[in-house]
Design a protein around this ligand. Sequence first.
Ligand SMILES: C[S@@+](CC[C@H](N)C(=O)[O-])C[C@H]1O[C@@H](n2cnc3c(N)ncnc32)[C@H](O)[C@@H]1O
Length: 266
Amino acid sequence: MGWTREPTYVCDARLYAPVCSLRSLKLLHVSLQCQRFHTAGSYYKGRTGAEHLWLTRHLKDPYVKAAKVESYRCRSAFKLLEMDERHRILRPGLRVLDCGAAPGAWSQVAVQRVNAAGTDPGTPVGFVLGVDLLHIFPLEGATFLCPADVTDPGTLQRIQELLPGGRADVILSDMAPNATGIHSLDHDRLIRLCLFLLDLAADVLHPGGTFLCKTWAGSQSLALQKRLTGQFQSTRTIKPRASRKESSEVYLLATQYQRGMGCAEA
Ligand SMILES: C[S@@+](CC[C@H](N)C(=O)[O-])C[C@H]1O[C@@H](n2cnc3c(N)ncnc32)[C@H](O)[C@@H]1O
């Protein structure tokens, strides 16, 4: 099996250039400053307590260091790597839709695992489509649709046009709305996004396909799980080691999508 990929990048270049260069320069600056000053402590000067805590945790985080060593765009790559090791989600030749893909670490993992860059001779070549509200730097083997909101009606049509055969074998979602800090509100907003994606799966996910989404545990988690149970043969909750213990983040993995199966009401 092999998929042709064209075009490979569907971003609005006029918006992309200024936004990306500003963001990346700022991040690069912070990262360099952190490396240079964190032992002397001068970088912490003038920072709020919360910023201080964030920086300390960030600089000590083994996954942040490992991501740098292994050239992943962010530490979240290790969450997908671990879930994939344990549950064999990604295989060569599969078509993957990566929702909330920026900055692109999950897409990097997906490209490697489904052989979307076609680097292993004789191995089926897969396809990776990433979608995000934010711009994403190009990545060999991936197609990015950005900036795009998956909940916009026009986005579904573009996704179907870009996916080979209009379908994905795997839908990944690490999407997260901007957190307000009010847990119940953030939880409800993320659950709404997941439920929206489940509706989108009806138009995009191939029967037998896999659905993996991030949630923040809370009062609506059971309702989401029930919806998944109604549409997939098997579902499970995963807390990867790279997911911070203090975070309510958990992932729901649902396999063997069965369109037309009675779905429980949320
Ligand atoms: C935690 S980040 C994803 C990190 C990504 N998995 C990686 O490994 O690089 C969550 C992303 O979800 C995106 N997002 C949130 N709501 C979205 C929406 N409605 N449509 C598309 N992307 C969305 C955010 O812009 C953000 O970039």
